[in-house]
Write a protein that binds this ligand. Structure first.
Ligand code: SF4
Length: 376
């Protein structure tokens, strides 16, 4: 099994918290599309013919591409890769791109899942982080997507937005549940170095939401998700039964994936590689059939650390026999030794297969993950 991730590096506007690679000029979307197609051709053997059960168009904002551009990309995907019949094919989209006409166009393409970057249902909060859509556009986009026939919709939310009170977060969740999306991803706002938001905070123009309020927001969300039937299958991801994201799950299972487009990462089970984060140099390289990327071979320790990092965030947690199979008995001894004190303090709990975070553990998950990793 394998996955494909396509990075579409264009955004009409820069959200001030975002540190993903993107360009705000849409001038080169067609040249980029051709480069992406060429890269997919050049790297057709990367997955060794493995069946592809998830394709994810992320970004950036993939919903800036046209129907013709998507068709050309799909042609090479289905020509050169072993896409399974039931593959999950997701388009990440901005609500204001999802007009009824655009949605109708999408229904003629192989997409079967939409992931909408809604983030908030408050125009004040959306403006504070320079999102380009309004709350009304978000509500309409979900309804229009339903009418167009999409039966698997995920929405992204952010809590701890500048100026957002606990009550406003409660309200945002209420709006979200009323839309009945099959999947919700909800992340606490982080201030990434170099972003506009980071600079605003440094100048005293915004104040970070206090940790205790963030915690209260998260705890409230967990209760609400559970009461509405959403399974918390990862710290920040919630799904109705049968609607876990295959794309996310493959990533957490360390399934090989091909990442195409500038800045996209790939993983083949023993190495990671990442394309250059520069659109021009990416396109020029691909056009000369000399892809600009860096590669890192993973040692057993790196692979174990990756496993701990992604797996401990999931509901399933870490599997002891899986650690032995993948990394050997010594790594299991290390993992158990490090986990012991967190089991004693109630931050980790034993499962039938290994260990998982408790609610208290989720709140300090970064420290626990760091301690379970092997550093020497
Ligand atoms: S639309 Fe997405 S990728 Fe683009 S700037 Fe906003 S958060 Fe970043």
């Amino acid at each position: 099994m394998a996955g494909i991730y396509l990075h579409i590096p264009f955004c009409k506007q820069r959200c001030n918290y975002c540190d993903f690679y993107k360009e705000t000029s849409l001038q080169h979307t067609d040249r980029f599309t051709e480069a992406l197609i060429t890269e997919l051709r050049l790297r057709a053997n990367y997955l060794n013919g493995a069946s592809v059960h998830t394709i994810y168009f992320g970004g950036g904002t993939p919903s800036v591409l046209s129907g013709d551009q998507f068709q050309r990309i799909f042609r090479v995907l289905f020509d050169r890769y072993a896409i399974t019949e039931d593959a999950e094919i997701t388009l990440e989209a901005n609500p204001d791109d999802l007009t009824p006409a655009y949605l109708t166009m999408l229904t003629g393409l192989p997409f079967n899942r939409l992931s909408m970057g809604i983030q908030s249902f408050s125009d004040t909060e959306l403006k504070a982080v320079n999102r380009r859509h309004t709350a009304r556009q978000a509500l309409e986009a979900v309804k229009d997507a339903r009418q167009a026939g999409f039966q698997n919709i995920s929405i992204d939310l952010i809590y701890g937005l500048p100026g957002q009170s606990f009550e406003q977060w409660m309200q945002n969740l209420q709006y979200a549940f009323e839309l009945e999306p099959e999947h919700i991803s909800a992340y606490g706002l982080t201030y990434e170095e170099g972003t506009g938001l980071w600079k605003q905070r440094a100048r005293g123009l915004v104040r970070e939401t206090p940790d205790e309020v963030m915690l209260k927001m998260y705890r409230y969300m967990l209760l609400q998700m559970s009461s509405k039937g959403y399974e918390a299958y990862e710290i920040s991801n919630f799904a109705l039964p049968g609607f876990r994201s295959k794309h996310n799950s493959a990533y957490w299972d360390l399934t090989p994936y091909l990442g195409a487009g500038p800045s996209a990462h790939s993983y083949d089970g023993s190495s990671r590689q990442w394309n250059i984060s520069n659109l021009m140099r990416y396109m020029e390289g691909v056009e000369k059939e000399m892809l600009a990327f860096e590669r890192e071979l993973l040692s057993e320790r790196d692979a174990y650390n990756d496993y701990v990092m992604v797996r401990l965030r999931t509901r399933a947690g870490i599997g002891y026999s899986e650690i032995v199979e993948r990394f050997g008995p010594e790594m299991l001894s290390w993992c158990k030794l490090q986990a012991e004190r967190y089991i004693q303090t109630g931050h980790l709990q034993l499962t039938a297969k290994g260990i998982q975070l408790t609610l208290e553990g989720i709140e300090i998950s970064n420290s626990i993950i760091a301690d379970l990793m092997k550093t020497d």
